[in-house]
Design a protein around this ligand. Structure first.
Ligand code: UDP
Ligand code: MG
Length: 315
């Protein structure tokens, strides 16, 4: 098996037929051995039935039917788990991505390990979708240091090993490139066509922006400090503690040497607060260190990723 195409579907009954009809010829034309995995993400409409009808005349097709709606990220994860291809292509099932772009991605996969689509002329409402996305993309680029124009584009291609060991939580699928680049994966971006949604409803609104920002904080933290949490919390704690100590020292000097009354000084409160905050941060960092060890060692999570081991065979 060379290529697996993974497509999440949640209540897309109006789109599945046309989706399959437009995807199939494109894949056949590539001449590459392929499979298509449709992930039914707990649809409550006719999506699953329609998929089964399509499947009866097509053996290249696998349907993964999730018990309930777990969300797009989970649907992708299910697809990754069951995909058998060396290259895994993902796209949306609402025909906003164009299957005709797949060969372009596959071509770039020859010397990259991850290719991400870029919906340069994105056909979504400006205020509720495109503007938040521009801001989010800028933010993600800045924070993760991976420079892509469009993290949200579902049309992507991955080398099998890039996604096979990935654990996805929350709305994390858009951060795969960021996580992958941390693993040292070679990434390329390519312009892809984007169509307006013709049928069915979008499953997201403006509220997603907030979730993306929160996920970004998680990703950044895990990326930079998951093996050294004390180095994250420590500096703040130390700074606060030292400042609090100096303030208290000064007040002690005033009280006992100069004989001034310090009971009503706001500075006293600040000093005490800074000391407590300092202790808390250091404590949190230390707890983090313990957690990091539990986290990595119980799950055998590596702190490095190997490409391959090269031995000199001297037999
Ligand atoms: N989707 C899904 N589970 C969900 C939400 C969405 O599998 O909980 C699928 C949906 O059917 C579509 C793709 O993810 O194929 C993208 O969703 P949508 O078009 O609503 O997102 P948008 O393009 O508006 O960002
Ligand atoms: Mg869509």
């Amino acid at each position: 098996m060379k290529v697996s195409v993974v497509i999440p579907l949640y209540n897309e009954e109006e789109n599945v037929d046309e989706l399959h009809r437009s995807l199939k010829p494109v894949m056949d034309a590539t001449g590459i051995e392929y499979e298509i995995l449709y992930v039914d993400d707990g649809s409550t409409d006719n999506t699953l039935n329609l998929l089964q009808k399509i499947q009866s005349g097509d053996s290249s097709l696998t349907i993964l039917s999730l018990r309930r709606n777990f969300g797009q990220t989970a649907a992708f994860a299910a697809g990754f788990d069951y995909a058998r291809g060396d290259i895994i292509v993902t796209m949306d099932g609402d025909l906003q991505n164009d299957p005709k772009d797949i060969p372009k991605l596959l071509e770039l996969m020859e010397d990259n390990e991850l290719v991400s689509g870029w919906r340069k002329k994105r056909q979504d409402p400006f205020l509720s979708r495109r503007l938040p996305s521009i801001i989010a993309n800028w933010l993600i680029s800045r924070v993760t240091g991976v420079n892509l124009h469009d993290y949200g584009c579902s049309l992507k291609a991955y080398r099998r090993d890039v996604v096979k060991n990935l654990k996805l939580y929350g709305e994390m699928h858009r951060f795969i490139p960021a996580v992958a680049s941390w693993y040292g994966v070679k990434i390329a971006e390519v312009e892809t066509t984007h169509h307006p949604r013709k049928r069915g409803k979008s499953k997201y609104g403006i509220s997603r922006t907030m979730k993306v920002v929160l996920d970004l904080i998680t990703v950044k933290f895990l990326q930079s400090f998951s093996t050294k949490p004390l180095q994250f919390f420590g500096p703040v704690g130390l700074l606060s503690g030292i400042l609090g100590f100096l303030i208290s020292l000064y007040l002690t000097f005033e009280k006992f040497i100069l004989g001034n009354d310090i009971g009503g000084r706001p500075l006293l409160l600040l000093g005490a607060l800074l000391i407590i905050v300092g202790i808390q941060f250091i404590g949190m960092g230390l707890l983090g260190e313990m957690m990091a060890r539990v986290y990595h060692e119980t799950q055998k999570k590596p702190i490095y990723v190997m490409r391959r081991v090269i031995t000199s065979d001297k037999k």
